[in-house]
Design a protein. Structure first.
Length: 193
């Protein structure tokens, strides 16, 4: 199955979450379409439709990001390019933290929508991970906003960021993990029908 991305982090993460599925990234000669949607669902479908049209194969695509309530839901669908089209994860995170300043970021969430397009049609799977942002990033694992995101699911006493927990623990509670488990359940149901 093709995963409409060249992000090796996403490919590895999804393969770990969806047992028995081997994912291939986008072929090098295939250009990624502009993500012009206003929602994660729209952007996931834009990417999946382009990959399906180019390859004719079953494809999945995801769009994910961080919504910070104190910032009116930003960075949202712009999470990967919040500080500019060529921005690094560190630059995007620094911009969010600078915008927050002294503002409380007690409520934030990661959102992931996975679009599947196969011979049965188009399907969407949405997962979220509630948490909060801290002002001082910590941890070496993960990517994106993980060093400043403390998930609720690990408990209020834990306090570890997504970048401080093991990949297995992260997959069990993450937004991408939640969406991927819904996708895996759908694929299993299809296989048994």
């Amino acid at each position: 199955m093709i995963l409409a991305t060249r992000n090796q982090h996403k490919i590895r993460e999804l393969e770990e979450i969806i047992p028995g599925v081997t994912l291939r990234g986008l072929p090098d000669d295939l250009e990624s379409p502009p993500e012009t949607g206003d929602t994660f669902e729209e952007n996931a479908l834009i990417k999946a439709r382009a990959a399906r049209e180019a390859t004719g194969e079953a494809v999945i695509a995801d769009d994910s990001g961080l919504e910070v309530d104190a910032l009116g839901g930003r960075p949202g669908v712009l999470s990967a390019r919040y500080a500019g089209d060529k921005a690094t994860d560190g630059e995007n995170l620094a911009k969010v933290l600078a915008e927050l300043g002294d503002t409380s970021a007690d409520t934030a969430r990661y959102v992931c929508v996975i679009a599947l397009i196969d011979d049965s049609g188009e399907h969407l799977f949405r997962g979220t991970c509630e948490g909060r942002l801290i002002g001082e990033p910590r941890g070496e694992g993960g990517f994106g906003y993980d060093p400043a995101f403390v998930p609720e699911a690990t408990g209020p006493e834990d306090g570890k960021t997504m970048a401080e927990i093991s990949p297995k623990a992260k997959n069990a509670i993450s937004h991408r993990g939640a969406a991927a488990r819904l996708l895996a359940r759908h694929l299993a149901d299809q296989a048994h029908s």
